[in-house]
Design a protein around this ligand. Sequence first.
Ligand SMILES: [Zn+2]
Length: 468
Amino acid sequence: MSNEAVKEPFIQFLGAAGTVTGSRFLISANGTKVLIDCGMFQGLKELRLKNWEPFPVNPEEIDAIVVTHAHLDHSGYLPRLVKLGFQGAIHLTQYTAALAEVILRDSARIQGEDAAYAAKKKFSRHNPPLALYDEANVEQTLDQFVTHSFHKRIQVATETFVTFHPSGHILGASFLEIEFFGKRILFTGDMGRTDHPLLVAPDSIPAGHFDAIITESTYGDREHTPASSNFEDVINQTVARGGSVLIPAFAVDRTEVILVRLRESMEAGRIPRVPIYADSPMALKALDYYRQAIDEHSAEIRENIARDWQGRDPFDPGTLVELFTPEQSKTINEPTNPCIIISASGMGTGGRVVHHLHSMLPNPKHTVIMVGYQAIGTRGRALVDGAEQVKMHGELVDVKAQIESVQSFSVHADSDGLIAWMTSGSEAPSQVFVVHGEEGAADTFADRIKSQLGWKAHVPFMGERASI
Ligand SMILES: [Zn+2]
């Protein structure tokens, strides 16, 4: 595929096709190649193994990378591509760069630990076991970051112009307006909701005609249930029986949204003022960036938040305890007095939350509240699906605790939200590619676009190449 000299612009779907992770889309024309997002595959083993496959295009031939937001499934493969020879600029917004640094350093650390563990247990297919990348690759990746403001049109390669628009998903997150060899393309990245408590609502689609929209479809087949009192009821019931609440949460953004909600509920007297433990070093670093963005009055922070909370902390009702070290974390492994623990990872696949699950799941007085998307194959999904036992640290653990799932914290638009955003432009696009959804969600959403809007919509397969 080298020496590509096809003049007509085309797109290749190198990930997040028929699945929610590994976002990687290559746009090419006349020898110019630009990669949109560079995410890691996560979840099932067959997906994770894809991270080890050779990259379909020589990384040295890619002119630039543009990243929509910091989540690992959109940025996690960057250091690998740099390790494989990508030397160009990586374009992103200020806070995507800040949060990606936190996330990529953590990712390198986890991979190093996993490789060391595999070496000890001798189960790696590599001999000796390898990590996809290490700290040094992350350092090099950070050196290639070039940050930009929202709403500024920048050139990233020959006949390639990019404008970042706030997408309301996490701090720094954007959808991309791209002009590429005369074609106009929109990449949603992950589309947020209009009611994020801290972030401004997603921009409308810019005026004029688009040749293609590449849209996510994580929740393309469903609607979020309206924010209910359910969350507070569950906390009250648990505290009343002397139990504690564990909330596995993605370190970036979900933790912030939950903390704001807990502060509001405590201040309004709807839940008791029990200690809240934020137990994830990565979440605490991200939390500081949110505080910084609020203090800076950043453009993506809601006006009322920046105004009312400047110099104060919207995340702390007075009972917030930040746990930085593993020793601090261990002190709350078996909570005797009611408390609320927020810990990563959000799907219970790794991190400190696994220790809390291990100690809390067998006790019926505790509650675990799942608040995010739970991918197939994860412990979180098993719990939501009603598993009576889950495997942790090599042993089966009984699930006796109350398990609840609360959707109102989702930072993804649902099907209605995506349709509302897609119709916010002035003209129908020529075509829509539906990506970043499990098969059912993507197909259902594509069907809805076709039947309800009468637009051309298609769910590309992994590796598919389509002209724009
Ligand atoms: Zn995301």
